[in-house]
Design a protein around this ligand. Structure first.
Ligand SMILES: *Cc1c(COP(=O)(O)O)cnc(C)c1O
Length: 356
């Protein structure tokens, strides 16, 4: 369907990691990467797979000055019989186009991107680790390349996919984390770029993260930028609350990133017969419901952790502890089913997985 992608193989393949149990995250990269360029008037051209390594760009490259860029994150998993599978990859490349639209970057062909990723993974398949709960993290991204200091959308972009073997997110089991409710700094505002996966959102979040760390918390619960009252996300994850047995998550309002794990949790919960709600929820409403003993579980959802239970929330002087600081039943069930399907230990009744 698509023409073959030319491959330049590395002359110096790297040694594979000795221990898959200490891979960590995002530190080690495979032998090859995918690149294509966009030139105004020509479209996306010259898709190619080349050895992983530094790229040349001018110090005046627009991305370095004005941050016109987007990225994605997904994982390739090794199943019990050695098969390599991707989790709902087309959704990531559809989201690329939503991010691109906001950042005035030209659209990509999501099917071609999935094809290119499959080709790259075919070549790099020995880099997909097989120790329990390890995976190959996939990082597609697009950057503005023009050597130009004027402020306007670029005319030349580069799309790349790099791969990084990553360790188990929970080497010691799912442990709930302590979260600081940030009511000074905000991550995103409505009308801004919150729904786009763009690097600037992360740059803007670092200070809140650092502040939380300093006070002994692992992550930040972000509130909305206008009222600093409505709950948006937890760290770089979407957030769910189990209230009166219902799964509630903030509705997508333009400043929340539409997570694929979020969507998966909502779809799965409905299939399992839980009631779900996407709605505005303020920190004060949460505190009130908590006092009434109606909030049984809180968790974050995202590709890296899948499900990240929240043990404790600190909001000003108030401390909310959920499920005695232990992982709740629904959180555990969501984690077990989603990761079970991802690692090929459970049947894929949902058509989530794409075999490469
Ligand atoms: C990527 C991301 C998420 C989670 O999205 P997934 O598709 O589930 O990985 C949530 N919030 C932010 C800010 C993100 O960048």
């Amino acid at each position: 369907m698509y023409p073959e992608i030319p491959v330049t193989k590395t002359a110096n393949p790297k040694a594979k990691p000795v221990s898959e149990n200490s891979l960590g995250f995002g530190q080690l990269f495979t032998d090859h990467m995918f690149i294509m360029d966009y030139i105004e008037g020509q479209g996306w051209i010259e898709p190619r797979i080349v050895p992983y390594g530094p790229i040349e760009m001018e110090p005046s490259a627009m991305v370095l000055h004005y941050g016109q860029a987007i990225f994605e994150g997904l994982k390739a998993y090794r199943g019990p019989d050695g098969d390599i599978m991707l989790f709902r990859p087309r959704l990531n490349f559809e989201r690329v186009n939503k991010s691109n639209e906001r950042m005035v970057i030209p659209q990509v062909d999501p099917d071609f991107c999935v094809y290119a990723l499959k080709e790259l993974l075919q070549l790099e398949k020995d880099w997909v680790p097989s120790a329990p709960d390890t995976s190959l993290y996939v990082r597609p991204f697009i950057i503005a390349m023009d050597p130009f200091l004027g402020v306007r959308p670029a005319h030349h972009y580069r799309f790349m996919i790099i791969l990084s073997p990553s360790g188990a997110y929970y080497p010691h089991g799912l442990n709930p984390v302590d979260i600081f409710v940030e009511d000074e700094y905000v991550r995103a505002v409505r009308g801004g770029t919150g729904f786009a996966k763009t690097p600037g959102n992360y740059a803007a979040s670092l200070i809140g993260q650092a502040k939380a760390y300093k006070q002994g918390f692992v992550q930040v619960l972000w509130l909305d930028g206008v009222h600093r009252k409505y709950i948006e996300e937890v760290g770089a994850m979407n957030v769910f609350f189990v209230i009166d047995g219902k799964l509630i998550t903030p509705e997508l309002n333009g400043s929340i990133l539409p997570g694929i794990t979020r969507r998966t949790v909502l779809e799965l919960a409905q299939k399992l017969g839980y009631e779900t709600q996407e709605r505005q929820i303020s920190i004060d409403e949460l505190a009130e419901l908590y006092k009434q003993g109606r909030v049984s579980e809180v968790f974050g959802s995202g590709t890296a952790a899948v499900i990240s239970p929240v043990g404790k929330l600190r909001y000003e002087d108030m401390e909310m502890v959920f499920n005695n600081g232990e992982i709740g039943e629904i959180s555990q069930k969501m984690y077990d089913i989603i990761t079970g399907v991802q690692f090929g230990k459970m049947p894929d009744d949902y058509n989530w997985m794409l075999k490469i």
